[in-house]
Design a protein around this ligand. Structure first.
Ligand SMILES: [Zn+2]
Length: 229
C-alpha cells in the first residue's frame, strides 16, 4: 500500500494540512479565532476548477478574504429562478444578499480545458454533464468563431476564453439584486483573465472593451500599506 501513487497523494495532502495548521493556527495569532465569529469577505471570485488557477494563491489571500465559486470555465449562468438545482446562483445569492460583498471578479484563464471542450466538442458523446454545462458559453464560442474566422484554433480558444468572461459579466447583471447593488454603487463587477503562459493578469476595460494589463490601477490606496506590512 505504502508508496502507491494514491498513498503519496494522501501523504502530501496531510503534510500540507499540518503546515497550514501550524501557520494559521499558531504563527498567525490564531486568525481562526476571529473567523469563528463569522466571515465577512469583501470579494467574491468566480474562478475555474482548473488546478492551476486557485484564486487564493494567485491573489495571495488569507483565510476569510475571498468567497469563491469555482466551476468548469468559471461560468455564470443567466438568472433563472425556477426549481432547478442552481449551485452557482445560490452561492451568488449568499455572497451578495447575505455577506454583502462589495466586489465580484470573474477570473478566467488561458489554456482552459472547458473552453477547449466547447470549441472542439471533444468527447461530447461520452459526457453526461460537461457538454450541457458548457452550453452556457455557447454565445462566447459564436463570437470567437465569427470575429476570428482566419485565426488558428489556439487563438480562437484564447478569444473564446475572454468572450466567456464578458458573457458571465452580462449574466451576473441579469440577477436583479446584483444589478441593483451595482447601480447603487454598492457593488463593483470586474472581469479578469490570468494568462498562464506569461504569468500576467489582464482586466476587462468596459470602455474600450479590451483586456488590458491589471498593472497598478487599483494600487493607490490600502494595498501599498498591506504590502509594506
Ligand atoms: Zn478553465
Amino acid at each position: 500500500m505504502n508508496g502507491t501513487p494514491r498513498h503519496k497523494t494522501l501523504n502530501r495532502l496531510s503534510a500540507g494540512f499540518r503546515r497550514f495548521r501550524r501557520h494559521w493556527y499558531c504563527e498567525e495569532h490564531n486568525i481562526y479565532e476571529d473567523l469563528l465569529e463569522g466571515q465577512s469577505p469583501h470579494a467574491l471570485v468566480i474562478a475555474c476548477s482548473d488546478s492551476r488557477v486557485d484564486p487564493a494563491l494567485i491573489l495571495d489571500c488569507r483565510p476569510g478574504d475571498l468567497f469563491v465559486i469555482r466551476n468548469v470555465a468559471n461560468l455564470v449562468p443567466p438568472y433563472s429562478p425556477d426549481s432547478g438545482h442552481h449551485g452557482v446562483s445560490a452561492a451568488l445569492e449568499y455572497a451578495v444578499r447575505h455577506l454583502r460583498v462589495d466586489t465580484i471578479i470573474v477570473m478566467g484563464h488561458s489554456h482552459c480545458g472547458g473552453i477547449a471542450h466547447l470549441m472542439t466538442d471533444a468527447g461530447k458523446d461520452k459526457n453526461e454533464f460537461l457538454s450541457i454545462w458548457m452550453r452556457v458559453a455557447q454565445d462566447a464560442r459564436a463570437q470567437a468563431d465569427a470575429r476570428c474566422p482566419d485565426a488558428s484554433a489556439e487563438q480562437r480558444e484564447r478569444a473564446c476564453e475572454q468572450w466567456a468572461i464578458r458573457l458571465s459579466l452580462r449574466n451576473l447583471r441579469s440577477f436583479p439584486w446584483i444589478r441593483t447593488a451595482e447601480i447603487r454603487g454598492e457593488l463593483g463587477i470586474h472581469g479578469w483573465y490570468f494568462d498562464l503562459a506569461s504569468g500576467t493578469l489582464l482586466q476587462f476595460d468596459e470602455g474600450s472593451e479590451l483586456f488590458i494589463p491589471l498593472g497598478d490601477s487599483y494600487a493607490n490606496e490600502a494595498s501599498e500599506t498591506e504590502t509594506a506590512e
